[in-house]
Design a protein around this ligand. Structure first.
Ligand code: C2O
Ligand code: CU
Length: 422
């Protein structure tokens, strides 16, 4: 995000009767189950496959180290900014942490300056695949490598983590360009945790075997079935794929012919991903949501548009919400316990992967077609051009939460709003 944001929210939570962001923290006391120090640097570094990149690292590498925790664990991360000139933070993308731990510069904390540090403490609320990244000048710092994976689940023998990122035009999986390999014996049930840290949607999937989409954005799919289709993985989104490793091996395709991950004990097959996509509206079998969207007491309209020229007095190319760009977009106000429905439409000419912090939303319909499969819970929803989604969620995490496009340059171009608790 732009540093200009720093000045917009210094008043913090003044709207919330007597509560400030600073009060909405994780546990202040108690012995952590997971203790990590993550140090950010701006530097030249080598990708795992050897190419030199000028960008950002976490503990000397990018992606940064995996953080592993179990549900209920108290996680303590000491974040040190050694040499990131614009300052940096860590945001726990997809983890519904208490507001003050959310790591958004200018909203929940100040950016950590060079030489500074910040301690994050939160309990791991739900199992799943997540990632952490800087939320200061994000378009530059995330692109340059200031991120890493976080998995809330015990390790399992078939687990594979696949963090996808494009550095300087080089598409990588776990820092490898080209084809890399994870050795797993044939017959192993593999769970591949795929993370899209890029700005654009990726078509991902396994080649060489049918597979199941078992979790989306850290939430298990109910009753998944085997597919021969690609999964459209929104920017910032995660998907867990499951398959039994065939004798001939299999391959994670990350949307380009040149970069893939072989899984198994043989060279991965060279076949292409199928041309069709898994349709998440009807995938899996239905299960209760845990709340009734028909009882929504807040109904919001959310129109994404584009404006070239002067907007709110400033010239540029802007992406807008209800005709305004950040910071002139009104916030969406809720109270704790509200059932919230949003109708999101997009006539901007481009797709926008919308990411709401602190909450998981459920998709009710797309272009008027109701969702009939497993509840499609997401935190990073690709809203295509000319599409309309209806989504719902329960306002159960008080604070001031960013809601923005995860094509991060678009966020700098105005596509940011906030959800704010009264
Ligand atoms: Cu992954 Cu507001 O960010
Ligand atoms: Cu966008």
């Amino acid at each position: 995000m732009d540093q200009s944001m720093d000045h917009e929210h210094q008043a913090g939570m003044s709207g919330m009767s007597g509560t400030s962001v600073a009060d909405l923290t994780g546990p202040k006391t108690g012995m952590p189950n997971v203790i990590v120090t993550l140090t950010a640097r701006k530097q030249k570094f080598q990708l795992a496959s050897g190419e030199t990149v000028d960008g950002y690292t976490v503990n000397g590498t990018s992606p940064g180290p995996l953080i592993r925790a179990r549900v209920g664990d108290l996680i303590q991360v000491t974040f040190v900014n050694e040499s990131v000139p614009d300052g940096a933070t860590l945001h726990w993308h997809g983890i519904d942490v208490p507001n003050a731990e959310d790591g958004v510069a200018g909203v929940t904390q100040d950016a950590v300056p060079m030489g500074g540090k910040h301690v994050y403490r939160f309990k791991a609320p739900a199992a799943g695949t997540y990632w952490y990244h800087s939320h200061q000048v994000s378009a530059d710092e995330v692109k340059g490598g200031l991120f890493g994976p976080i998995v809330i689940a015990p390790p399992s023998p078939g687990e594979v983590i696949a963090t996808i990122h494009t550095y300087d035009g080089k598409r990588t999986i776990n820092g490898h360009t080209g084809t890399s390999r994870v050795a797993l014996p044939a017959g192993t049930t593999a769970r591949i945790r795929v993370i899209n840290t890029d700005n654009a949607i990726l078509r991902v999937g396994l080649v060489g075997t049918p597979y199941k989409v078992v979790a989306i954005d850290g939430r298990d799919v109910h009753g998944p079935t085997a597919v021969t289709a690609a999964y459209p993985l929104a920017a910032g989104g995660r998907v867990d794929l499951e398959a039994v490793v065939p004798a001939g091996g299999m391959r994670l395709d990350a949307g380009t012919a040149s970069t893939s991950l072989g899984i198994g004990s043989a060279d991965p097959p060279q076949a292409e991903l199928p041309g069709n996509n898994v349709d998440l509206l009807s995938y899996g079998t239905p299960a209760p949501l845990g709340f009734d969207p028909a009882k929504a007491n807040r109904n919001f309209e959310y129109r994404i548009g584009r404006s070239a020229g002067f907007l709110d007095g400033i010239p540029g190319l802007w992406w807008t919400i209800n005709g305004h760009k950040f910071p002139d977009v009104p916030m969406f106000m809720v109270a704790e316990g509200d059932i919230v429905k949003m109708k999101i439409s997009n006539t901007s000419g481009q797709a926008h992967p919308m990411h709401l912090h602190g909450h998981h939303i459920v998709v009710l319909s797309r272009n008027g077609v109701p969702a009939t499969g497993s509840p499609w819970w997401t935190d990073s929803l690709e809203v295509g051009n000319k599409e309309t989604y209806e989504i719902a969620f329960v306002a159960d995490n008080p604070g001031l939460w960013m809601d923005h496009c995860h094509n991060l340059p678009h966020a700098s171009q105005g596509l940011i709003t906030h959800l704010m608790y009264e």
